[in-house]
Design a protein around this ligand. Structure first.
Ligand code: HGY
Ligand code: MN
Ligand code: MN
Length: 433
């Protein structure tokens, strides 16, 4: 007996009254075929030979995918606009205009050489929910907003712009596309000189719910349909510059070198050693490294690299960073180099709202799905929007827990399940907040 048969047999055994409570309040369901067809079409923008997606924010592929998504929003009878920060916003009025909007959405930009589901499932799923409501002529009490946040993979840039505003120094940061954030915002139709117009205040939104792939292996390994997210880890990034001294690789004795790449090797090992030295689920990653001048016959005089730290506990991240910094000071003395850390992203951890978690869990079970509570080891726009209103996240399984890879995959059935849970969570929130 498979999971679906087990669930349907289980429901037959439930007494009538309890059975009624088990049933979804509405018979509405998303159009799974339409949703998965659109995901396949979206994947064409920046498709890689390996079958993944390389659609960096602020590139031509991103622009084309944005145009495609705005067309789908219009087909779903949403009023579409782009805010000053370049976020795409689809709106539909509610029957009670005095209420604050219920917001759903995600992102469609990808990491370099990434997959076709991260962010995309939540963005297309949100549009599908809006389209299903329009097809059924179901108007919510609350206004509805579907938001596709810009440049989530560059550090939740679009949702920071909405939740707390972008500082001048952040606008000068260079994104994966090579454009500065300021140039990128202009490239996608925003106006970096009017960013205050994109900022929302606490209380401006009633609630935000994001559908997303798990990007980890808990649901797939446990054969569980839906993940109910407990909270999202804090995500902290630094650009790390290591200054040594470039010199002749043949005539410079080994004990007279200031080798920046040797210092980097000791640094990378230290990050792993320090992060794994304390119990818990914290993670530390060095994701990129470049050595200069970069020739066989020159001792590397300069290294550009990175540091990424994550945990549900911000204090633990601070402590880990201090330990790493102390260790790099020792490496400086040992190698005659100098380390500089420039923080480029700081997204604090965000707990999901208890009541929204219960509504997600109830909606999923009423639809006959199995559920499990779990934290998010990935960062999301939801953790920025948590500064404005209560948030919740719905996960669907990622095959073998693979993500940020062309091998990222979720089944069409799981994707449709997640969109149905998003639909029913939205309908319940519309009645309960
Ligand atoms: O990096 C992350 O966790 C997210 O996928 N942007
Ligand atoms: Mn994502
Ligand atoms: Mn991602």
């Amino acid at each position: 007996m498979n999971r679906r048969e087990f669930n349907s047999n289980l429901l037959l055994a439930v007494p009538a009254a309890a059975f009624a409570a088990q049933q979804p309040a509405s018979s509405l369901r998303v159009n799974g075929r339409r949703l998965n067809t659109r995901l396949a079409e979206l994947a064409q923008f920046g498709k890689t030979p390996e079958g993944g997606t390389h659609r960096l924010a602020y590139t031509e592929a991103d622009l084309a995918a944005r145009e495609y998504s705005m067309k789908l929003m219009r087909d779903a009878r949403l009023d579409v606009s782009i805010d000053a920060a370049g976020n795409i916003i689809g709106r539909r009025a509610g029957s009670e205009p005095s209420l604050k909007p219920l917001v759903i959405g995600s992102h469609i930009d990808s990491v370099p050489e990434g997959g076709s589901y991260d962010g995309q499932v939540g963005s297309m799923g949100a549009i599908e929910v809006a389209h299903t409501l329009a097809d059924a002529n179901t108007r919510l009490r609350h206004p509805l907003e579907v938001i596709i946040f810009q440049n989530e993979e560059g550090g939740t840039v679009g949702s920071i712009a909405i939740a707390r505003g972008l500082a001048e120094k952040e606008l000068d940061l260079v994104s994966n596309s090579g454009k500065t954030i300021r140039e990128g915002i202009r490239f996608i139709g925003g106006d970096p000189d009017k960013l205050s117009g994109a900022v929302r205040r606490k209380g401006d939104l009633a609630a935000y719910v994001e559908l997303h792939i798990e990007q980890g292996g808990i649901l797939h390994a446990g054969n569980i349909d839906i993940g109910v997210v407990e909270g999202i880890v804090g995500v902290y990034w630094w650009e790390v510059t290591i200054e040594g001294f470039a010199n002749h690789a043949g005539t410079t004795p080994m004990n007279q070198r200031r080798d920046a790449l040797l210092a980097a090797a000791k640094y990378i090992d230290a990050v792993n050693r320090i992060v794994t030295s304390v119990p818990g689920r914290q993670v530390g990653t060095v994701g990129r490294i470049q050595a200069f001048p970069g020739a066989y016959n020159i001792v590397p005089g300069r290294v550009l690299t990175t540091l990424g730290l994550r945990d549900l506990d911000a204090a633990k991240v601070r402590a880990l960073f201090e330990s790493i910094r102390t260790e790099t000071r020792r490496i400086e003395n040992e190698t005659g180099t100098k380390f500089d850390f420039k923080q480029v992203n700081s997204s604090p951890p965000a707990p999901a709202d208890e009541r929204i978690r219960r509504i997600i869990d109830r909606s999923a079970k009423q639809l006959g799905f199995t559920t499990r509570d779990l934290p998010s080891g990935a960062g999301h726009d939801a953790q920025e929007i948590a500064n404005l209103c209560p948030i919740g996240m719905i996960f669907v399984p990622s095959r073998d827990g693979i993500s940020h890879s062309p091998r990222e995959y979720s089944t069409p059935e799981d994707i449709a399940n997640g969109a149905n849970v998003l639909l029913h969570t939205l309908l319940a929130l519309d009645q309960e907040v």
